[in-house]
Design a protein around this ligand. Structure first.
Ligand SMILES: Cc1cc2nc3c(=O)[nH]c(=O)nc-3n(C[C@H](O)[C@H](O)[C@H](O)COP(=O)(O)OP(=O)(O)OC[C@H]3O[C@@H](n4cnc5c(N)ncnc54)[C@H](O)[C@@H]3O)c2cc1C
Ligand code: SF4
Length: 561
């Protein structure tokens, strides 16, 4: 009878941010309800980790709610039935949304990078964007806690702005990765073991990875991180968590005193509107969904939307910059068959290694690498005719598959975008979703900062392929095409929209994710990020969500919430 009960905390969303908050708050003794728009999922039961590619009903092809292939663990995609979004004239933006317990952590790449000290004070360093109101030292204890709870492998490198964590041993590089490492060394590009939240040693009751390389399908042995089984399941085990699935939050409600009173949501199964009461509300529906919920929570007290007196809800949004280059590496032909098993991701990566003083763009990027001899999936080696003497029919084609499989190595740049005034989201004035809730409309523009950075990525990746004696498959993209820069949103690292700051006139929440205007409202996803950094964001989302949860408990104990 949750509608007659008042919970200590109502959390919206069960992904990285919501799952972490549910874990920390229930462990601290709070009565918590999580509203999750998607359905239930348990990777130890529902994952297709052990299935053969040829057992897939559609040979592994994409489906509407599994765009990365029908065995992929994540239900959601670029289009979600009944939940449209729009883009303003002249803007291109793609928005990937998960709809299931655990959100996107069910198939994320598990690249788990801490932001460095410089990432929290970029304006001080180069005058662009803004500084965070907190420093690396504020977040470090929480990164440490996340490392210890969830588990991460990596190596101690003592790099100034890519801090080491509490690492388990990394897996050894494979043949193709050693080739990349040699080329990177010759070009003076830092190349080190990856930092992935996959266990190489047992931890907290979870066994080590057995190197099946199928992380994107979800891990039946629970050896990699998903919010679902590493955070939400233990939170449920405390008996303090009520998990309401298929519950689509519409708005945060407020009382006459201007404080949040709970959340109104749609019970998707019954099509009814419900309300849950709570003393504290945490929105963690993913950065842009949380901005949408706040914009839709307008009332006479908050006519622009909740916590939006500054008018900055939906502003300062960013995505990671990206571009890819792949090449054919003849030295990898005619390989001696050998075991290339590994974790579901590359064993090496390249953190940002240069000094911007010598470059024509600000900020940096890291490089993710791909290649190798993983279990072939449906459609593998598509485009074989692009390889020298590849293609044809019958026996020759089969021989070419054997000869050429594993000879491709690719590089993906993942860089920092600086927030700009032309990139933001707002409520579309006319379009609503299937429940009548106004949807987001996106405005998006890359600037020269980002396109120059991507040009540098392209040049670097081409140099790496050449250094390995390879041939790149595609010509250098033209300047008019932004040198091959990804469409906004498509790297799926969208951040901002409820940014943190000390000044309520230019920010939505304070350094703890607590709304300036509504003291019992917190944001615990990527919304409060002030800047993007050249790192993937999720490890920082987890650390900040844990920090916000500790703050909630501290304020409640002090009688201030
Ligand atoms: C293919 C892919 C690879 C990625 N790789 C990496 C990586 O290697 N490293 C990295 O750091 N990041 C990676 N990411 C990004 C990472 O997944 C996200 O940063 C992270 O999951 C964000 O956590 P979140 O809690 O903010 O949102 P999510 O994980 O998206 O969770 C949000 C949850 O809220 C629910 N929700 C939304 N709206 C509502 C509503 N109105 N009411 C109720 N519930 C709602 C959703 O259903 C969802 O379950 C990747 C993402 C994808 C898709
Ligand atoms: S590679 Fe390891 S962590 Fe990933 S699904 Fe297989 S066993 Fe699990």
């Amino acid at each position: 009878m949750s509608q007659f009960r008042t919970f200590d905390v109502c959390i919206v969303g069960s992904g990285a941010g919501g799952g972490m908050a549910a874990y920390a708050l229930t462990r601290a003794g709070a009565d918590v309800i999580v509203l999750e728009a998607g359905g239930p999922w348990d990777n130890t039961r529902d994952s297709a980790m052990f299935d053969w590619p040829y057992d897939a009903p559609h040979r592994g092809g994409s489906t509407r709610d599994r765009p990365f292939g029908e065995f992929d663990a994540c239900i959601g995609g670029w289009e979600v039935d009944g939940e449209p979004y729009t883009t303003a004239l002249g803007s291109r933006f793609r928005w990937w949304r998960a709809r299931m317990v655990g959100g996107r952590t069910n198939h994320w790449g598990r690249i788990s990078l801490r932001f460095g000290p410089d990432d929290f004070r970029r304006k001080t360093l180069d005058g662009l964007g803004d500084d965070w109101p907190i420093t690396y030292d504020d977040v470090k204890p929480y990164y440490d806690k996340v490392d210890r709870l969830i588990g991460i492998f990596g190596s101690e490198e003592h790099l100034p702005n890519a801090p080491d964590g509490i690492f388990q041993p990394p897996p050894r590089p494979r043949c193709w990765e050693l080739l990349v490492k040699q080329a990177a060394d010759r070009l003076n590009i830092t190349c080190i073991p990856s930092r992935l939240s996959i266990l190489t040693r047992p931890l907290n009751g979870r066994p080590a990875c057995h190197y099946c390389d199928q992380c994107s399908r979800g891990c039946r042995t629970n050896s990699n991180f998903s919010s679902t089984n590493v955070l939400v399941a233990p939170a449920l085990a405390t008996g303090k968590l009520t998990l309401r699935t298929n519950a689509m939050a519409r708005e945060v409600t407020v009382g006459a005193d201007g404080l949040a009173t709970g959340v109104t949501y749609i019970d998707k199964a019954r099509g009814t509107e419900e309300h849950v009461r709570a003393r504290v509300v945490v929105v963690a529906a993913s950065a842009l969904s949380s901005a949408r919920i706040l914009l839709n929570s307008h009332s006479p007290q908050f006519p622009q939307g909740l916590a939006n007196g500054s008018g900055t809800v939906g502003r300062y949004i960013t995505d990671t910059t990206g571009t890819d280059v792949a090449g054919f590496i003849p030295r990898l032909m005619h390989h001696v068959p050998h075991n290339e098993d590994g974790v579901g991701g590359a064993h090496l990566y390249m953190p940002w290694w240069l000094d911007n003083a010598t470059l024509d763009f600000p900020r940096g990027y890291h490089i993710e690498i791909w290649g190798g001899l993983r279990v072939p999936s449906a459609g593998f080696m598509g485009g074989i005719q692009r390889y020298p003497s590849g293609g044809g029919y019958g026996t020759q084609l089969k021989d070419d598959y054997r000869r050429l499989y594993g000879t491709t190595i690719g590089f993906s740049g993942r860089g920092e975008m600086i927030p700009n005034d032309q990139s933001y989201c707002e409520l579309d004035p006319t379009v609503v979703d299937r429940w009548g809730i106004p949807v987001l409309r996106f405005h998006w523009q890359w600037t020269d900062h980002e396109t120059r950075q991507v040009k540098h990525m392209q040049e670097t990746f081409r140099a790496l392929v050449a250094e390995m004696g390879g041939e790149v498959f595609s010509p250098m993209p033209a300047a008019e095409r932004g040198f091959g820069i990804s469409t906004g949103g498509s790297i799926i690292h969208e951040l901002g929209g409820t940014r943190m700051g000390n000044d309520p006139a230019s920010s939505v929440v304070n350094g703890y994710g607590q709304a300036h205007e509504v003291k019992n409202l917190f944001v615990a996803d990527g919304g409060p990020f002030v800047s993007q950094a050249d790192k993937n964001p999720t490890w920082t989302i987890l650390a900040l969500a844990w920090r916000a949860s500790d703050r909630i408990m501290e304020l409640r104990r002090a009688g201030q919430l």
